[in-house]
Ligand binder design. Structure first.
Ligand code: FES
Length: 114
């Protein structure tokens, strides 16, 4: 069952910015990429490094530890296969940011590709 959790004001996350929040014991990084909101778990699926300080190239976030890249909109690595970063739906509700967390795991990356 999913829940919506307030994670601050939209004013705190203008375009080009990121913000680290803690939700249900998890560390989550919020991004505003040209007005599009994204949220990913702050733990690299490769070896658990913090992604909060990773370099962002468009939608691709580079892990500072070993350089793997993840699309923050999908959690997937570029190309086919690879590791999957946990993502969370996030939306702006009347100026307040609302993160959705749930029990269901995200689907595997590239599951729609043959
Ligand atoms: S811990 Fe992120 S690439 Fe190794």
């Amino acid at each position: 069952m999913s829940r919506q959790i307030p994670v601050g004001s939209a004013d705190e996350l203008p375009p080009g910015q990121r913000k680290l929040v803690f939700v249900d014991g998890r560390s989550v990084v919020l991004f505003n990429i040209d007005g599009a909101l994204c949220a990913v778990e702050n733990s690299c699926p490769h070896n658990g490094a913090s992604l909060a300080g990773g370099q962002l190239e468009g939608h691709l976030l580079r892990c500072p530890a070993h350089g793997l890249r993840f699309d923050v909109t999908t959690g997937c690595m570029p190309g086919k296969g690879g590791l999957s970063l946990a993502t969370f739906p996030i939306r702006n509700v009347a100026g307040k940011l609302e993160l959705t967390v749930g029990d269901a795991p995200a689907g595997p990356c590239h599951a729609q590709l043959s």
